[in-house]
Unconditional design. Structure first.
Length: 237
């Protein structure tokens, strides 16, 4: 598998109607330990903006600050393509970017948001920016983190910041005894981290899944579009 850290900026949040207007990725080494020795800005990267055929929503524009004039002369959004599979994409809430890029079921994904929640369940926030500040506090470099985050929600800056978070999470996971020698092992840990242990929503929100009544579990499993990781949790417990 070819591992990349991937991020997009888009016209909105609906993967069926909205489009990519900026994409970036970093190419990672074949083994995680090799990645730990390379600064994010020294990794090979791709970055490109695209012209959409749908309007940019106000909500999206307020996040990434990309305006239509920035996209004059850019290729059409429909021309965007990820590198050829087999591919492993890594990102904070990676499923959003995966869906925006076409939802290829053959692409494996590592979610640094899920890993952050799994490794630091007591923290009040697990956004990429929050994790950057967590790292900075440990190193006494909060001012440096603030500078790195000034361009948050620009795709290239976001993948480089994600690289910092990923490297930190790999160190923490290894210290906790988790296998991280290969990207396949990191992917397996991410898959484990994505299975919830408490109900994320509904009348039993916050309840440990093994304490949710069986009749409610059975009812929820019959509903359409339930998150597949929640389905796993409901069936396991």
């Amino acid at each position: 598998m070819k591992p990349i850290i991937f991020d997009t900026e888009t016209t909105g949040t609906d993967h069926q109607t909205d489009q990519i207007i900026e994409a970036a990725w970093l190419e990672l080494p074949e083994r995680p330990y090799q990645f730990a020795a390379v600064a994010p800005e020294d990794l090979p990267y791709y970055q490109e903006r695209f012209k959409p055929s749908v309007p940019i929503s106000l909500g999206a524009q307020a996040v990434h600050h990309i305006i239509c004039q920035d996209l004059v002369g850019c290729r059409d959004s429909k021309e965007f393509a990820l590198p050829a599979s087999p591919l492993l994409i890594i990102g904070h809430n990676v499923d959003f970017d995966w869906r925006m890029a076409g939802e290829n079921p053959d692409i494996k994904r590592i979610c640094t948001l899920a890993l952050s929640r799994f490794l630091f369940p007591d923290k009040d926030s697990h956004t990429q920016s929050a994790m950057m500040y967590l790292i900075a506090r440990r190193n006494g470099r909060e001012a440096q983190a603030r500078e790195l985050l000034r361009n948050a929600h620009a795709a290239l800056d976001d993948v480089r910041n994600c690289a910092i978070v990923l490297r930190f999470l790999l160190e923490v996971a290894m210290d906790a005894g988790h296998a991280t020698d290969t990207w396949e092992e990191v992917h397996a840990l991410s898959e484990k981290a994505r299975i919830p242990t408490v109900m994320p929503y509904g009348k039993h929100k916050g309840t440990p899944i093994n304490q949710v009544p069986n009749d409610y579990k059975a009812w929820l499993l019959r509903q359409p579009d339930v998150d597949p990781y929640l389905v796993q949790a409901l069936r396991q417990r």
